[in-house]
Design a protein around this ligand. Structure first.
Ligand SMILES: C[C@@H](N)C(=O)N[C@H](C)C(=O)O
Ligand SMILES: [Zn+2]
Length: 217
C-alpha cells in the first residue's frame, strides 16, 4: 500500500536517528547477518523500503538489500527449495531492519493501526535479523501470486487467519505458512507475510544501516 507520512520525513528521520534503542540485559549471540542475495539465485527481491512504494511513501533504506542471522537465512534457503517442489519460489520484501526505521514506522502510523508495526520500546524481530516479510511467485509464469490481501495493507485482509478472499488465495497463503513453519518460522497473526524465526530471542536489537552492513561495519 502506498500512502505517505503526515510528518515531515527529514525531521522524522533525524528524530529517529537521535532516539535511543531499549536497553537489553539478556546475553545475546553475536550478530552474523547474511546477505540473502547469496542464498539462491532464484530467490527474488522487491525491497519496498528501499524505494517509495511502501506504506510510508518514503525511501528508508540506502540500498535494496535483505539480511538475516545465519541460522534463519539457511532455514529460509531450505523453505525456498521445498516450495520449488510445489511450483513456487520466494519473493522477499524485507528482512533485517535497523531499529531507527521501526521508530519511524511507529511514530508515523496512527494509533489505531499500531498492531501492524512493532513498538520501538520493545523492538521488532526484524531489528534482531530474525523476521522476514515475503510472498510467493509462480515458477512457471514468474508472476507474484495473489494473496487474500496486499503487502503492508493495514486491514483485516492482512490477518493470517482472515477468512475472506478466494479459495485459491487462501490456499497459497497456507502453502507459504506451512513451508515456513516446517523450518521454524512462525507467522504473525496480524500479517500473513511476516514470519519470525524461532531463535529471535537469542539476538539483540540491531542499529546498523545498510551502508554499514555493505562495508562490513
Ligand atoms: C511494517 C510491517 N511490514 C512489519 O514488519 N510489521 C511488524 C509488526 C514489525 O514491525 O515487526
Ligand atoms: Zn515484518
Amino acid at each position: 500500500m502506498r500512502r505517505g507520512v503526515r510528518a515531515d520525513p527529514v525531521t522524522l528521520r533525524t528524530r529517529a536517528l537521535a532516539a535511543t534503542p531499549p536497553v537489553e540485559t539478556a546475553d545475546h549471540r553475536p550478530a552474523d547477518l547474511v546477505d540473502l542475495a547469496g542464498l539462491d539465485p532464484t530467490i527474488r527481491f522487491d525491497i519496498r523500503y528501499a524505494g517509495r512504494n511502501n506504506f510510508m511513501g518514503l525511501k528508508l533504506y540506502e540500498r535494496p538489500a535483505a539480511y538475516l542471522q545465519r541460522p534463519a537465512a539457511e532455514a529460509l534457503g531450505r523453505v525456498h527449495r521445498a516450495l520449488a517442489t510445489k511450483g513456487y519460489g520466494l519473493l522477499i520484501h524485507d528482512a533485517y531492519r535497523p531499529w531507527f526505521v521501526t521508530w519511524m514506522f511507529w511514530e508515523a502510523t496512527p494509533a489505531e493501526s499500531h498492531s501492524f508495526v512493532a513498538d520501538p520500546a520493545k523492538g521488532s524481530r526484524h531489528n534482531r535479523g530474525c523476521a522476514v516479510d515475503l510472498t510467493l511467485y509462480d515458477l512457471k509464469t514468474g508472476k507474484v501470486v495473489e494473496m487474500p490481501g496486499r503487502y503492508d495493507e493495514m486491514s483485516a485482509r492482512s490477518y493470517a487467519d482472515f477468512v475472506g478472499g478466494t479459495t485459491a488465495q487462501r490456499a497459497r497463503r497456507q502453502i507459504l505458512r506451512e513451508a515456513m513453519a516446517a523450518e521454524g518460522f512462525e507467522v504473525l497473526p496480524e500479517e500473513w507475510w511476516h514470519f519470525d524465526y524461532k531463535d529471535w530471542r537469542s539476538y539483540g536489537i540491531g542499529t546498523r544501516t545498510f551502508t554499514a552492513l555493505a562495508s562490513g561495519r
